[in-house]
Ligand binder design. Structure first.
Ligand code: XBP
Ligand code: MG
Length: 240
């Protein structure tokens, strides 16, 4: 029986990566770096989950001769860049630059009214979740979710299933009682590795990804109901 819905954040609850990209470029400018991530570059870099991990991948591409002994200084620079980026991103979201995708809030409300439990499983930073959900769900938004796994609580990022395994543990539910919602191949791989049926709603940043193994691939969640999810999860009768 379906008991819980588990939502990814970036790309799933909201189409956020345009503002994340802007925030990274702001941080580079603040630090006097002549780096700029255009959209094609960022789409490629999104294959790395986690903003800090993405920065590290970029750094090693730009400065492959970085010596092991400089690793501490490099990490300090990357951490500072990510702090600047996160502050800019949070303020942009609080300024209303990002809104929930179609159908998300309606599905969350309907699931809650039918007694289903709700959870979040994301690689983004916790402050980014609050910035997105507080304005639309109120100051008690966190009370709506029985479990929240994020980039801080699950340091091993998607496509590793750690964040989904942590959330399933916190819910004390088997994967078979839940449905996950994702936007990217990394997210699908992580959810599937945790045994979760997964509905995909790609964005322009992930539309080119392969989603084999998804329960459904939809343009968005507009009009999707809890009964749809129950029906989609039923074993498909093989045509006679
Ligand atoms: C998507 C990510 C995040 C964001 C940037 O997370 O990979 O890293 O791109 O946010 P999700 P941070 O799992 O929600 O799709 O800079 O805070 O990591
Ligand atoms: Mg995502």
């Amino acid at each position: 029986m379906l008991q819980a819905l588990i939502f990814d954040v970036d790309g799933t609850l909201a189409d956020t990566e345009r503002v994340h990209r802007e925030a990274f470029n702001h941080a580079f400018a603040e630090e006097g770096l002549d780096w700029h991530w255009d959209e094609p570059t960022y789409i490629r870099l999104l294959e790395v989950s986690g903003g800090k991990e993405r920065l590290r991948r970029w750094w090693m591409q730009q400065r492959p001769d970085t010596r092991e002994l400089d690793a501490g200084a490099v990490q300090q620079t990357l951490d500072r860049l990510h702090d600047i980026k996160t502050a800019y991103y949070e303020s942009a979201v609080l300024d209303g630059r990002v809104s929930l995708r179609p159908g998300v809030l309606e599905l969350i409300e309907q699931a809650a009214s039918e007694g289903l439990r709700l959870a979040i499983a994301t690689t983004t930073s916790p402050v980014n979740i609050a910035a997105l959900l507080r304005p639309v769900m109120g100051p008690d938004w966190r009370l709506r979710f029985d479990a929240i796994g994020d980039g801080s609580s699950s340091p091993v990022k998607k496509p590793h299933p750690q964040v989904y395994q942590q959330v399933l543990g916190d819910l004390a539910l088997p994967a078979s009682a839940c449905v996950a919602f994702e936007d990217s191949r990394n997210g699908l791989l992580a959810a599937r590795a945790a045994g979760l049926a997964t509905v995909i709603t790609p964005t322009a940043f992930t539309a080119h990804h392969r989603f084999d193994g998804a329960l459904r691939v939809l343009p968005d969640l507009d009009g999707v109901t809890v009964d749809d999810l129950r029906h989609w999860r039923l074993p498909q009768r093989v045509a006679a």
